[in-house]
Design a protein around this ligand. Sequence first.
Ligand SMILES: [Fe+2]
Ligand SMILES: [Fe+2]
Length: 177
Amino acid sequence: MTDEFVLDVNRIRAEARQKMEAGPVTDTYGTDRERVIGILNDVIATEVVCWLRYTRHAISASGIDRAQVSAEFTEHAAEEMQHAVRAAERVSQLGGDPDFDPATLTRRAHTDYTTPPDGELKTMLENNLLAERIVISTYQEIIRWLGDSDPTTRRLMESILEEEEEHADDLVDLLGV
Ligand SMILES: [Fe+2]
Ligand SMILES: [Fe+2]
């Protein structure tokens, strides 16, 4: 028996007319929208904490290789902020409210804000590498959970994950491990 693909266009046309105010969210949306919004809001918190940590480290870095390491931290910080903005735009598309509330950032973030004493480069690089490895794992889990239920959120998370892997790779190169 062949698995025949039948597209019920009449049903879809009728459903599309319902709840027009939901914009891009239609009846074919394949998962728990509130859950995805919650997960993306925690991604926003994670990315903002990463932006804060990289920015602080870029300014505090000291030692012989400070210029090179600081430049890398500054570049990563800018990308983390972009990740937060992209996740927030997706929350909004899904009909949710992006959560940038500073009062709950550290509780919701997957990673920690750290301030190594004396701007010690190796400790900073290790802190950031650990954070990148944590987000690589949590984002992979999110992508697996999404499966094919929400392709747009999945592609967003895949594209962010790719940059987190580049960040981890950059940090390993700087650590010389
Ligand atoms: Fe990020
Ligand atoms: Fe990163």
